[in-house]
Ligand binder design. Sequence first.
Ligand code: HPA
Ligand code: ZN
Length: 318
Amino acid sequence: MKPLVELHVHIEGTLEPEMVFDLATRNNIALPYASVDALRELMEFDDLPSFLDLYYECCAVLRTREDFRDLMLAYLRRAAAAGVAHAEIFFDPQTHTLRGVPVDDVIDGLLDGIAAARDDLEVTAGLILCFLRDRPVAEAAATLESAAHRAGDLLSVGLDSAEVGYPPHLFAEVFERARELGLRTVAHAGEEGPAAYVSEALDVLRAERIDHGIRSLEDPVLVERLRREQTPLTICPFSNVRLRAVADLAGHPLKRMLDAGLNVSIHSDDPAYFGGYIDDNHREIEAALGLSASDLDTLATNAINSAFITDERRNELL
Ligand code: HPA
Ligand code: ZN
């Protein structure tokens, strides 16, 4: 069995309700939830924006470098227990800098957590700085400049938050600048937005991986291109069900995507909100779709091949 490689997880989406309460106490923040259970009961979503409202609200408890360290270390402990050997992890700096947290505190804290895990857990990890696409483009550009001196500490930039109405081309110059800084590029596209957003992310942003991309199936020409170019698509089954992009796991398009020869792999998105981590996603989607041993090997191999790692590390994982 090959190890798991996590390519689509938002660190803020690993903030478990218990930790929301612990950090609120540590930072003297009054929460609008009566209890951990009351918070958990709010985790019923109609769509991506309704989820994001709660996700950003909970982020208010993250204030200090130590908070970000603890969040990262807790996630990597859980990931290691799931069998993850390598993780490429999104973070949303604007969510924190808009509340007055210095971007260096966010990055330093996340790196502290990664360093602690590397010693204890033998998990390697890297950071993907995501821009919030539903905020002004100028804010994304300023965020990138504010973190430019940390480019050596980052793997890639990404694009997330509410998708519909915020097409990828808006961020063309920001992604161009990220490439100048030596960063790789990924983008969420085709989660709730149309297949055309996937094409734009490829053509205009030159995204090297597409996060989600499930709506690509609506465009046969795009599907053929994704197959030919073997563009990695990071698929998050629990997320798609909980945000009602698909009705249930049995109706998830993953098997159709595999059968179409697309480079898909399974990931967790926001595991604290969507009912489970990467191991849970694998177990339940395998059962729901009746995936074969060869499908499972393909999924694991795709994830390893799609990671931004050295050939040496890739060969260790394969
Ligand atoms: N989609 C888009 N943006 C996000 C998500 C997601 O599932 N989670 C956190 N930011
Ligand atoms: Zn995501």
